[in-house]
Design a protein around this ligand. Structure first.
Ligand code: ZN
Length: 695
């Protein structure tokens, strides 16, 4: 028996690599060259290319979307929901809203002061002074517990396990301290704070290095996706909710409070530290403002930290009136208006911190296979003004709606259904999309062809795309058909390949940082995520404004146009090609034959349908009903978050975690064996789904 005797970890690594190689081979290298791609009717392609670009429209949706803030659960996102819906309606598209009642989190009060070694006590700025604060929520970490802490300041580098080891080796004791952490290790905010709590740190300040030293990066510290009160099922008003004190809820939040601070604020504290020297391993990367930092504390600077979380204040702060949406049969009617006092009553008498979020959809019914759907999604809520994140993506989505409506006026209809999705509350943990995926899990599992996500469409130069591998060929083809936004004469493919030394650098989707995560990692729907630029310096700060977009992000709006072009073309192929343009090895020959077959009789139609189902369902084979260990909601065994590990493996999250988990050798070997068997079974399931026969 393969695993009956004693085996070293080396063997498991080798086996893992073999599995990886097998998987990569299966998914990447067709026996035959991939068949040529073509849209069933040529009309849509032509029209997509020749429709007026977004930048020339008199009022780009980015302008319309950005001047106000769009924090989920407050009044403003409701108005953006209605804006998006009325845009769809004005184009004659069928549209609807789907609302969920979910637990969101807002700041009531936060303060931070530093007591320096000379006895002086100074407040540390927690806001962003150079930006008009009108309607911008104070920087905070959503779902951070309320709490106060008074303790010595200590610098924790990225807050990784290896950083605590390095500090320990210097003799630094972090217990009871207020820790300062810089972002950038790839760990989620939750992982950073949870790790700090595990080491006895009593509160965490987090900052991001970059050009905007006074910008503060907001974000969620929830572990996992979706409404924390409805794990695995949709948060429908009146439906089952876990109690706020239920361990399944509280375990999603860190045990200690945290706040984001600006780099400038962090610097003022770090520079005052004495105590132990900076561990050798950090020295290369650790200097602030060009000057090397020499000491990490703890102390002598003492920090007095307070954070209080509540729902009520934010509503009264940016929402003096509560709007109620009434979905009558006719157009949406906005009624009225509950005054501030009533808002308080509503909250006191309603469920604490519960609020309504709004997903907006436009549906273009397929003419031949209306029960098969291609979904395009982007979130609509933002921490602040959100010109980049997410309004650049929303602008592209609205422009695709306009282009598709144009095609429909010319008599076109997609073969399969196209659904445009505008999600709410993504910033809190992909809540709008996750609740919807949970609500529609069975239909998505049996009928969704693919999910195409765009979050921040235009953050700067350079094209980036991530996808599940069966979509690689389609992506490459499409980039050969769309002009590069930076040059007149080049196609995107040429510049993209040149930037990556001739390789089409398509990343995979193990991340959990946008709305593709529930579709792929919970429902097994093949997915894509695309954007221009990376790591934009105003991420989640009050500087993510229209001004930044026109000055830096995408001054000519051509990147917006290109994203809309690629996104729309991928969707058209998936919605219109008679055979789905998925590249799976064993179907290359069969598909090739059917693709060129022009005599479409009834048996061909049924055969195509059968093959398409096999292609569509193969990805579902990688799901495992048990899910990842300790994170059962994540069902995909190939792509998913790694958990709190130092592993660099971006595939097979279960194996990666088993390899680096904290346990003894025997336990680890047993765990790795089990995880490898699970992956092997998942690959077998996918292969059987692709074969399509009961055996
Ligand atoms: Zn976003």
């Amino acid at each position: 028996m393969l695993f009956s005797a004693k085996h070293s970890c080396t063997l498991f690594y080798i086996l893992t690599l073999s599995l990886l190689a097998l998987y990569t081979t299966l998914r990447h290298r067709p026996i035959l060259p991939p068949p040529p791609l073509r849209v069933a009717q040529t009309l849509p392609t032509i029209a997509i290319h020749s429709s007026p670009p977004l930048a020339t429209t008199p009022s780009p949706p980015t302008c319309a979307n950005s001047p106000s803030t769009h924090l989920a659960g407050t009044l403003s996102p409701l108005s953006t929901a209605l804006y998006v819906q009325s845009h769809f309606q004005s184009l004659g598209l069928t549209t609807h809203l789907t609302n969920f009642s979910v637990l969101l989190s807002y700041p009531l009060h936060s303060s931070l002061s530093a007591r320096f070694s000379d006895g002086s006590v100074l407040p540390v700025a927690l806001s962003e002074p150079t930006v008009p604060q009108n309607g911008v929520v104070a920087p905070y970490h959503a779902y951070s517990p309320s709490g106060s802490a008074y303790g010595e300041a200590v610098f924790l580098n990225y807050g990784r396990e290896q950083d605590y080891h390095a500090l320990g080796a210097q003799g630094v004791v972090v217990k009871g301290c207020v820790g300062i952490v810089r972002r950038g290790s790839g760990m989620s905010r939750y992982e950073v704070v949870a790790n700090a709590a595990a080491h006895g740190v009593s509160a965490v300040l987090m900052y991001t290095e970059g050009e905007y030293k006074e910008g503060v990066e907001r974000g969620t510290v929830m572990n996992g996706l979706g409404d924390p009160l409805t794990p695995g099922w949709a948060g429908i008003g009146g439906g089952e909710k876990l109690d706020l004190n239920d361990p399944r809820v509280t375990e999603k939040f860190p045990a200690v409070p945290s706040l984001p601070v600006s780099e400038a604020a962090a610097e003022s504290i770090i520079r005052s530290l004495e105590g132990r020297g900076v561990p050798y391993e950090w020295r290369e990367s650790f200097n602030i403002g060009g000057r090397r930092i020499r000491r990490v504390g703890p102390g002598p600077t003492m920090l007095n930290f307070t954070y209080e979380e509540i729902f009520e204040e934010v509503v009264s702060l940016s929402c003096p009136q509560l709007l109620v949406i009434k979905e009558d049969k006719g157009p949406i009617v906005l009624t009225v208006t509950v005054l501030r006092e009533d808002v308080r009553n509503f909250i006191q008498h309603g469920e604490q911190k519960m609020t309504t979020i709004h997903n907006v959809f436009a549906v273009i019914k397929g003419s031949e296979e209306p029960d098969r759907s291609v979904l395009l999604g982007n979130h609509r809520d933002a921490w602040t003004f959100g010109a980049v994140d997410p309004n650049s993506g929303t602008a592209a989505l609205l422009d695709i709606a306009r282009r598709l409506a144009l095609l429909m006026r010319l008599g076109w209809n997609p073969r399969r259904t196209i659904i445009l999705c505008s999600w709410d509350a993504e910033e809190f943990g992909m809540i709008g999309s996750t609740e919807w995926v949970e609500q529609n899990l069975v239909n998505l599992g049996s009928k969704a062809v693919a999910y195409l996500n765009v979050d921040c469409a235009a953050q700067g130069p350079g094209f980036f795309v991530s996808a599940t591998p069966q979509l690689d060929d389609l992506l490459v083809e499409v980039t050969k058909q769309v002009k590069d936004p930076e040059s007149e004469n080049l196609y995107l493919y040429e510049r993209w390949a040149a930037a990556n030394k001739g390789v089409n650098k398509i990343q995979r989707l193990s991340r959990v940082d946008s709305d593709f995560a529930p579709f792929l990692q919970h429902a097994g729907v093949p997915s894509v995520d695309l954007y221009f630029g990376s790591d934009f310096p105003v991420y989640h700060t009050a500087f993510d404004s229209y001004d930044w977009m026109v000055n830096f992000g995408d001054p000519s709006f051509q990147r917006h146009v290109t994203v809309a072009g690629i996104w729309g073309l991928i969707a058209l192929h998936l919605a219109d090609d008679p055979i789905l343009p998925f590249n799976y090895l064993s179907y290359a020959t069969e598909l090739q034959k059917l693709r060129v077959d022009q005599n479409v009789d009834e048996s061909t139609v049924l055969r195509r349908r059968m093959l398409n189902d096999q292609l569509m369902l193969t990805e579902r084979g990688f799901l495992d009903s048990e899910g990842l260990r300790g994170r059962q909601w994540f069902k995909h065994l190939i792509y998913g978050p790694r958990g709190i590990t130092e592993s660099k493996i971006a595939f097979f999250p279960g194996i990666a975690e088993a390899m680096s988990g904290r346990m003894n050798v025997e336990e680890r070997e047993a765990m790795i064996r089990h995880e490898m068997w699970r992956v092997a079974r998942a690959i077998q399931r996918a292969a059987i789904a692709l074969r399509g026969e009961l055996r």
